[in-house]
Design a protein around this ligand. Structure first.
Ligand SMILES: Nc1ncnc2c1ncn2[C@@H]1O[C@H](COP(=O)(O)OP(=O)(O)O)[C@@H](O)[C@H]1O
Ligand SMILES: Cc1ncc(COP(=O)(O)OP(=O)(O)O)c(N)n1
Length: 259
């Protein structure tokens, strides 16, 4: 069986982070392993606390996984500090990890910082260059390229600029646009728009985590990056259409639908 390792934070409400990743990987028929970077006290209305693991403990988790159940792909989500980012980058190099998908989680949609301000530089310098693809949403892409994104042209310019300091591809997610859900993939000098209908569902907690894990599943199975991204987008649409309504805020996706 193919396996996918998720390196991310725990979301106590089960909608994002490690919990979303494990549900997604399982729904794709793959085996999920995990290395937890932080616990969050979180629900559909916001993030109320963060407790990071120590760099030594993260190192221990990664050694345990890589030495025993070597992953076919790795997804990286919330990593809040520079010290933890450095541990991950070192271990990915030591174990020659393949098919790395980095979701550069910075701020939750509810407005809480999930990446320390002084850690952005380490993320850009140490982790992003190891990724086959990075998957920023619009605010994250703005932070990475240092410019506002207000139009389709801005999104295209941002993708090209961000690709200048990644060694791999860039997928800018369009979930924060109000009229559509069009994502933009920039790979090997080519821009490809992946258009999606905007689904009228306010329960979008964990869409970014789910998308990046689903992409890792496609890559683990041997699909190309564009194939993996298209299949992942279709998975997100299915999970949004399946229309779960839990909690008092932006609720989680419904992973219990036929892929
Ligand atoms: N209402 C929606 N309808 C259809 N697709 C959506 C919707 N909201 C988000 N998506 C899709 O979910 C994925 C994650 O996007 P986004 O919400 O921008 O990421 P994040 O959760 O990191 O902020 C993208 O493929 C995006 O197009
Ligand atoms: C533990 C944890 N990791 C990541 C996120 C952010 O989730 P994401 O799917 O990127 O976006 P929103 O759910 O914030 O729209 C999180 N909240 N918690």
């Amino acid at each position: 069986m193919k396996t996918v390792l998720t390196i991310a934070g725990s979301d106590s409400s089960g909608g994002a982070g490690i919990q979303a990743d494990i549900k997604t990987i399982t729904a794709h028929g793959l085996y999920a392993t995990s290395a937890i970077t932080a616990l969050t006290a979180q629900n559909t209305t916001g993030v109320y606390g963060i407790m990071e693991v120590t760099p030594e403990f993260l190192e221990n988790q990664l050694d345990c996984i890589f030495k025993d159940i070597y992953p076919d792909a790795v997804k990286i989500g919330m990593v809040s500090s520079a010290a933890l980012i450095e541990v991950i980058a070192d271990k990915l190099k030591v174990y020659k990890a393949r098919h790395i998908v980095v979701d550069p989680v910075m701020v939750s949609t509810s407005g809480s910082r999930l990446l320390a301000e002084d850690a952005s530089e380490t993320l850009i310098r140490n982790l992003i260059p190891l990724a086959q693809v990075i998957t920023p949403n619009i605010p994250e892409a703005e932070a990475l390229c240092g410019a506002d994104i207000k139009s389709v042209g801005d999104m295209e310019r941002a993708a090209v600029k961000i690709a200048g300091f990644t060694k791999g591809a860039v997928l800018i997610k369009g979930g924060h646009n109000l009229n559509d859900a069009n994502d933009l993939l920039y790979e090997a000098g080519t821009l490809e728009w992946l258009n999606g209908d905007r689904i009228d569902n306010p329960n979008t907690h964990g869409t970014g985590c789910t998308l990046s894990s689903a992409i890792a599943c496609g890559l683990a199975k041997g699909s190309t990056l564009p194939e993996s991204v298209k299949a992942a987008k279709s998975y997100i649409s299915g999970a949004l259409r399946a229309n779960l309504n839990l909690g008092h805020g932006s609720g989680p996706l419904n992973h219990m639908f036929d892929i």
